[in-house]
Write a protein that binds this ligand. Structure first.
Ligand SMILES: [Fe+2]
Length: 282
């Protein structure tokens, strides 16, 4: 009798402990991790990078999916972290908002505090296309002094060397016009801003992409701790989920981004500001 009572208590204890662990994990994923900013510092070696661009610092912010109040502190922290890195270039790679376009102006009030020596370059993501029209974003970015690239390229001068920055439209909600992006390109190294990472293969097969920066996947948003497996896959974000990948002479970096999509949770995949330092390939 004593033995079976023990067993019953043990089973109850196990169930209670499991339920508490599940509840605290869910609470952490919902209320803690989405606000825990990580600053990822990474060196990316690029073949054929001119000496003048060696050491160039690019800060990338992506996939904010801005939720007023809930993300206000996160955005203040993100802007502070970017400015503290004193970047040469800031790349904003889309999905600023989701749903109501009304939240774009309040978000821009914070983002307009960003500072970079050689400019801030922005493109659109699929959720931006679903939420509003490009003109609204263009106007907001221009007001803040950001360059808005929608199937366009621009050549900038850094210490007497040229860098060609390409910004595509979202392949999901728009159309990627690669020839238009590369119009005027000669031999300069190319930084390509493309929201959806899987565009990389098609783009680099026809054009000389030195480095592509993308978001869209949120790094999986919820990952299996230690293993890093991300069960959530999204269209145009299946081949490159998170981090740096190399394909021949081209590289891509995919950031986890800052916000959430769908269920408002993150797990083992904290919001990220990426600070990337370019180095000439050893
Ligand atoms: Fe996104």
């Amino acid at each position: 009798m004593k033995k079976s009572t023990h067993k019953l208590f043990n089973r109850r204890n196990f169930m209670l402990t499991s339920a508490l662990a599940a509840a605290s994990t869910a609470g952490y994923a919902r209320y803690v991790e989405p606000g825990r900013l990580t600053v990822t510092r990474k060196t990316i070696h690029l073949p054929k990078l001119p000496a003048a661009l060696d050491g160039l610092v690019i800060a990338q912010l992506t996939d904010i999916h801005y939720k007023p109040e809930e993300q206000d502190q996160l955005m203040v922290d993100a802007v502070k972290a970017v400015n503290a890195a004193e970047p040469d270039i800031i790349a904003l790679t889309g999905d600023y908002i989701e749903g109501s376009p009304k939240v774009f102006d309040p978000l821009m009030a914070t983002l307009s505090g960003l500072k970079a020596k050689h400019g801030i370059y922005s493109i659109l993501g699929n959720h931006d296309g679903w939420s509003s029209h490009p003109g609204r974003f263009r106007q907001g970015f221009r007001k803040a002094g950001f360059e808005f690239l929608q199937n366009q390229g621009t050549c900038i001068d850094i210490k007497g060397e040229h860098l060609f920055i390409v910004g595509t439209d979202s392949i999901y909600t728009g159309k990627v016009d690669a020839p238009a992006c590369f119009r005027g390109h000669q031999n300069e190294p190319v930084l390509a801003l493309v929201h959806e990472p899987d565009v990389f293969d098609a783009l680099r097969s026809r054009f000389p992409v030195s480095l592509q920066l993308s978001g869209h996947t949120h790094g999986g948003q919820c990952r299996v701790p230690f293993i890093g497996y991300a069960p959530m896959k999204v269209k145009y974000g299946r081949n490159y989920i998170y981090g740096e990948y190399a394909r021949e002479d081209s590289k891509i970096f995919v950031s986890r981004g800052l916000g959430t999509v769908g269920a408002n949770v993150r797990f083992a995949c904290t919001p990220e500001v990426a600070i990337l330092t370019l180095r000439a390939q050893a």
